[in-house]
Design a protein. Structure first.
Length: 271
């Protein structure tokens, strides 16, 4: 079977995507070849049936991928990427690294390289990710379609045509799951504080976020309208929202958090 995809880095995000592709049968394991220096993470990928090697030197000589995906830390890109320049004639490159721009990737891969920046998020592992894509002009329509189709197995795919928005995308949907997980932690902790057993508080917090996100997504209603439907005049929700929304407290806190993430993405792009 021929390898269509080289996955460079099988850590948190690389594995989440790989897991999603194999589980959804978008790719059969033999169509992917993974490179991962960490032995435990190699074993985890191998358990999916995916062939995996410790370094680029161990890729079989006849490997002719359609796409090479970089899923290593931004700080590792300069070291990791050049080993794959030999595939630039035929393959397109997808980078999920926060901050690393197309210009930096072209420095490492050649100015003719077909490059796609993609910002995924970890819900990709269960097919509920948000995958945002920016392609440089060297990417052919066929490759674009192949990559979009592949990513669609990981969740929703959106394309942007202004690369400068990528740090903002990273700050909202790339890092976003962490904000939501922290909100679940906070809601569960608050539940315990008002007397609920820990396991009950965690279940209530998790299911509430899950149900509310699903309702927002499936009902087609504006989130603000759905919020109003929960809020009885002078009732319990109004009391809580007075705390969260008074002086735009949560709104400005979230805005500060998103701006910190965006600025860090910009900074990573300069290093
Ligand atoms: N985690 C997330 O939610 C998201 C991450 N991203 C981006 O994804 C990228 C990866 O992040 P994440 O998965 O969290 O990081 P991880 O550290 O979990 O995964 C990266 C993996 O790549 C390995 N690695 C290092 N050098 C090489 C190399 N030369 N060849 C192959 N593999 C190598 C690392 O091994 P070792 O640890 O031994 O160095 C590590 O296991 C980052 O650029 C990040 O910006 C984007 C969106 C969301
Ligand atoms: O924290 C990070 O830098 C990466 C990028 C988006 C999510 N995780």
């Amino acid at each position: 079977m021929s390898v269509k995809l080289l996955l460079v880095g099988c850590g948190n995000m690389g594995f989440a995507m790989l897991d999603g592709w194999v589980r959804s049968a978008k790719l059969v394991p033999g169509e992917v070849f993974a490179i991962e220096p960490n032995e435990a993470l190699r074993d985890r990928a191998a358990r999916l049936g995916v062939p995996v090697a410790a370094s680029a030197d161990d890729i079989p000589a006849d490997t002719d991928p359609t796409v090479v995906i970089f899923a290593v830390k931004p700080q590792m890109m300069r070291e990791a990427v050049p080993a794959y320049r030999r595939f630039a004639d035929k393959a397109a490159f997808v980078s999920i690294a926060a901050g690393t721009g197309v210009a930096a990737l072209q420095d490492l891969l050649g100015s003719d390289a077909a490059i796609i920046r993609c910002m995924p998020n970890t819900p990709a592992a269960i097919g509920k990710g948000m995958m945002v894509v920016y392609a440089n002009p060297n990417v052919s329509p066929e490759t674009r379609e192949f990559v979009t189709e592949l990513l669609s197995a990981s969740g929703e795919v959106a394309e942007i045509d202004d690369e400068r928005l990528m740090d903002a995308v990273t700050a909202v949907s790339g890092s976003g799951p962490a904000y939501v997980f922290h909100f679940i932690e906070c809601l569960a902790a608050a539940g315990e504080k008002v007397g609920l057993p820990a396991d009950v508080a965690k279940l209530l917090a998790m299911q509430t976020v899950y149900g509310a996100a699903s309702l927002a997504r499936e009902s087609g209603e504006e989130p603000g309208r759905l919020r109003e439907q929960v809020t009885s005049p002078n009732g319990t929700t109004a009391a809580a929202l007075g705390v969260l929304m008074g002086e735009d407290r949560l709104k400005s806190l979230v805005a500060d958090a998103v701006e910190a993430a965006r600025a860090r993405g910009e900074e990573l792009g300069k290093s």
